[in-house]
Design a protein around this ligand. Structure first.
Ligand SMILES: C[S@@+](CC[C@H](N)C(=O)[O-])C[C@H]1O[C@@H](n2cnc3c(N)ncnc32)[C@H](O)[C@@H]1O
Length: 285
């Protein structure tokens, strides 16, 4: 039996299963089943350049879970998750459902332009009877106007109340020509004070050998429909300007309010740490 899921999933109409997609490769890194042979083969090749893809993806997913729980603890009940991916392990609406008391109001908008991520999210939301409070908008996140004005966003999100915007492991797919800073502002400027922005982004570590490995990884993504741009901590930090960065500030994902001290992680998990930065900030009054 081959690793992953060779029997399924049935490709939704129009899905390109001849070329890898970032959403499905990431699903494979996370141990999900919504990926095809082409995605797994690409993922394995990437691991040959940079052996930290699986642990790095898990650090990112765990950061997302902790950030969502922190937002819920702060009283935020609305989430817009941009580049949400295949809803594999521990997705936003699941964290929300687990954390809140039954009957407590919440709203989640997932946004992804990838057909499999979108189709699978819709199936899961229907199966879990969550469509009254969670929805998927299949759209390119660079079209913020279309997303913010989308009927599902308008149905579920009350912009007079705080919103948590999540941009996790997605902005490294946004090139300089698409001006990530302006894109972020197009989402967060209309939000009311008390709203949150949670963000994670791949970077280049200081160690030259580590830097060379992840640079080769990013270089190979450049030949796909999802090119990757690695960015420095300084640029990522600048995206929070004007907002109050919450403790502990800009960190690697495993160090953002960790449940276990990251220095005690097994060596292979620890080795995946320096390849991304993350942070969470609140809009001031
Ligand atoms: C690495 S996954 C991250 C998934 C999730 N945010 C997480 O952190 O676990 C990146 C996702 O962003 C999506 N994506 C990339 N560029 C996008 C764009 N311009 N618009 C919408 N989705 C995009 C990909 O399809 C993929 O599902």
């Amino acid at each position: 039996m081959t690793e992953g899921n060779d029997t399924a999933p049935d490709a939704p109409p129009g899905v390109d299963v001849d070329n890898p997609s970032a959403a499905r490769v990431y699903d494979w890194y996370l141990g999900g089943t919504q990926n095809w042979a082409v995605d797994r083969e690409f993922g394995r090749r990437m691991e040959a350049f940079w052996p930290h893809a699986k642990h790095g993806s898990r650090h990112n997913r765990q950061f997302m879970n902790r950030a969502v729980r922190a937002a819920l603890d702060a009283g935020i009940r609305q989430f817009i998750d941009l580049g949400s991916g295949v809803p594999t392990v521990g997705n936003v609406h699941e964290v929300v459902r687990e954390h809140l008391d039954p009957g407590e109001h919440a709203a989640v908008i997932y946004v992804d332009y990838e057909a499999v991520a979108a189709a699978h999210a819709r199936v899961i939301l229907e199966r879990e009877e969550a469509t009254e409070w969670a929805a998927l908008v299949q759209e390119d996140m660079r079209n913020s106007k279309a997303i913010l004005e989308h009927p599902e966003t308008q149905r579920l999100i009350d912009f007079d109340q705080p919103v948590c915007v999540l941009m996790l492991a997605v902005l490294h797919f946004v090139g300089p020509d698409d001006n990530p800073s302006a894109l972020i502002h197009s989402y967060i400027d209309p939000l009311r004070p008390g709203s949150w922005l949670a963000l994670s982004h791949m970077t280049v570590p200081d160690d030259p050998e580590e830097a060379a490995g992840v640079a080769r990884f990013a270089e190979h993504y450049k030949s796909t429909s999802n090119p990757v741009w690695l960015r420095e901590r300084e640029e990522i930090t600048s995206w929070f300007d004007g907002w109050n960065l919450l403790e502990p500030g800009i960190t690697h994902q495993a160090d953002w309010r960790p449940e276990v001290d990251s220095s005690t992680l097994p060596p292979r998990e620890l080795a995946a740490k320096p390849y991304a930065w993350c942070g969470v900030a609140e809009k001031p009054a």
